[in-house]
Design a protein. Sequence first.
Length: 488
Amino acid sequence: MIKNIMPKIMGLSVKFGISITVLCVGGCVMGPDYVRPSSELPPSYREVSHDWKQADPRDTFSRGNWWEIYNDPLLNELMLKVRVNNQNIIAAEAQYRQAIALVDSAQAGLFPSIALNVGQSKGSAINSNFSSVGVGASWMPDFWGGVRRSVEASKSNAQASAASLEAALLANRSTLAQTYFQLRITDVQKQMYDDTVEAYKKSLKISENQFKMGVVSQLDLSEAQTLLQSTEALAIDVGVTRSQLEHALAVLVGESPSVFSLAPEKIEYSPQKNAYDSSVGKVLNNLPSVPTGLPAQLLERRPDIANAERLMSAANAKIGIAKAAFFPTPMISASSGYQSSVWPNLISAPNKVWSIGPSAALALFDGGSRIAATDQALAAYDQSVAIYRQTILNAFQNVEDNLVSTKLLQAEIAKQNLAVISARRATNIALNQYKAGTVNYSIVVTNQVTQLNNERILMSLQNRLITAHINLIAAVGGGWVDSNFKSN
């Protein structure tokens, strides 16, 4: 039955086909066409001096696995888990799928809708009981471009959602790398405290022996005990920090903190290097260069800038949607079927009914609703432009901050390394003099405390450096490959 009706509907629509097509193709689109607003860009980064080489600009590039530059297999393994199990990433992917579905929904407005209608009606008049069956079609031609602007806005929102997904990946991956290396630094700290505790125990043993011999006073003994006990407390506190970092890693890779564990790294002190041998130490001693590129490349590389720019495009399209509401809404509808008061003879020529015709609707008075909607769309666009430009400014600040941090922290660590070596030497000299009875124990304590503080400062600086290095990678938009982006 439907096969018999559908050709009739199509036949009725052919009369209007050519004229409607011409109207739609030539129909205007309300609102301004989108043009990306200009933004003042500096010619170079302030913190890039002769120590840094500018990368050649590239319009397109492939992103690599930037974390692999640290050459840590366990870190690489954790990064794979982030992509698969991190709940924030999963949520961002679901949001992106929603945005794609909204694009399909908006595009559906460009096509006619067809429905099958079967029903019965009953009234109070004689012979007012009717049965009917038929097919109806309706179409609202997009004369004023409102639907096309809606599709444009939906596509821009979907692209913004894709950028949000990339931003979430970059943020979670950089957080994972920072947390991982911070945990490895706590492993070094724990070993340093353990070694220090052992050294303080030996010093305490010397003080106890000399106290028994009447060589030193109770004050010397108490100072040795206090220093040992306070250092043991610091060692315990490092354990608390490490456990919390381990829990943070578990959440980032989508696992329960109660079942996730990361074995402490085996670390030994190297007298030849005057330093602890560790994986994070090797990374810090051979820190890879990060290609920063030219400032304009941030507009192409950073997902947060891409997100802000696409949202700006969507806001621009919504101005057209609001302006299209001031014009009549046209509709072309057609239907064909059968209607009769007798069901058995419903499908027969005498009962055939059909209708076709255009219509239009225009709101004559709405209390200023459409004007307010247009004003709101214009203000929303102005807001999106300001957010876009602010995002660019923040991006430049991120790069500049981490460029200067990375450069100056390396110089600071080099000086602090020398301070640690000098402090260790001073402690050994003071301890030997104490054993010889030429100085009192307060001199030893002073030097031991100075050494411990310098050790702690050095590890804090190392943590700040690797954090700044990872932040710099995130600030320039994430990964790169050597064939498309030159290294510094």
